[in-house]
Design a protein around this ligand. Structure first.
Ligand SMILES: Cc1cc2nc3c(=O)[nH]c(=O)nc-3n(C[C@H](O)[C@H](O)[C@H](O)COP(=O)(O)OP(=O)(O)OC[C@H]3O[C@@H](n4cnc5c(N)ncnc54)[C@H](O)[C@@H]3O)c2cc1C
Length: 261
């Protein structure tokens, strides 16, 4: 009979960091909405499961216009925030899942037969920094860099400056069974810069620098975005469909951003 993992339940952030160590053979359990079914249904048997529920990693604080959100903050606690976060969260799963799923789990979610981790694009557009620990110690880095190199990291929190305006444009089709095949988040920062992030356009959330550079012309920005992505086929959309719709979503997100206060 196969043996279950050793279950670790830290009661502080410091203890969670110590128990995580380098993250070797350790499954970090956030809300568990992906991980628990995956562990039950697959042959994956990590040696250790690090349960974060009592680690004090949930909560939202603001200092000098900068927001910090703990990794264990449930998604439904983000529902009243400004766009792109609010609009993005509203389209993640359902009320029950959003009450259990966490920001850290969403940032670390990986695509399977559908894109997951919808907040990744929103965090990139917000210019968020991700604070994590693992081999080499603590690191704070832009969300896009974290996403490209997130193996064996324990996310502690995410922080960003409150934006001047935000927008979210997404593909909403009944056949995708609540998963969003493709979405674009747009943010105007307090100093007037435009930032764009996409989900469902690559192996994880991606920044759209070519589209940002062309942002004064919304249609041109849409076309330019195709240079920033790595489109793929999955169970809910083809690369062809994503190629046709990404420029439209970029344009719509920029149109919404222009109209936003
Ligand atoms: C019916 C249904 C619909 C869904 N719809 C959507 C959707 O529309 N959009 C979407 O994005 N997702 C969707 N999901 C997937 C999932 O619910 C969300 O992505 C959720 O945010 C994952 O968070 P979690 O806390 O439950 O993650 P978990 O299941 O706990 O973990 C997910 C991954 O992240 C890792 N992890 C968790 N916390 C941390 C941390 N602090 N540091 C490092 N690694 C960590 C885990 O080890 C695991 O690899 C859906 C799920 C279901 C069941």
């Amino acid at each position: 009979m196969s043996q279950g993992p050793e279950v670790l339940i830290p009661t502080s952030a410091a203890e969670a960091v110590e128990l995580f160590g380098t993250g070797a053979d350790t499954a970090v359990v956030g809300g568990g909405t992906i991980l628990i079914p995956m562990l039950r249904l697959s042959d994956a048997r990590p040696a250790r499961a690090l349960m974060l529920h009592h680690a004090g990693l949930a909560g939202i604080s603001e200092t000098g216009g900068r927001l910090t959100i703990g990794a264990m903050t449930p998604l439904n606690h983000l529902a009243a925030m400004a766009d792109p976060i609010a609009a993005c969260v509203a389209h993640i799963a359902d009320l029950e899942i959003r009450g259990q799923a966490t920001l850290g789990g969403n940032l670390c979610a990986r695509n399977t037969d559908a894109p997951r981790g919808d907040l990744q694009g929103a965090m990139i557009a917000l210019g968020a920094s991700v604070r994590s620990v693992g081999a080499g110690g603590e690191r704070t880095e832009p969300a896009e860099e974290f996403l490209a190199n997130r193996d064996d990291r324990l996310v502690l929190d995410v922080s960003f400056e409150l934006p001047a305006a935000g927008a979210y444009a997404y593909l909403d089709r009944a056949h995708t069974h609540e998963y969003t095949a493709l979405a674009v988040s747009a943010v105007r920062t307090s100093d007037g810069a435009i930032r764009l992030g996409a989900n469902g356009a690559g192996p994880h959330g991606l920044r759209l620098p070519s589209a940002e550079a062309a942002a004064s012309d919304h249609a041109a920005a849409g076309s330019a975005a195709l240079a920033d992505v790595a489109l793929f086929d999955d169970a809910i959309a083809s690369a062809w469909y994503r190629e046709k719709t990404l420029p439209v979503l970029v344009r719509r997100a920029l149109d919404q951003l222009k109209e936003a206060a």
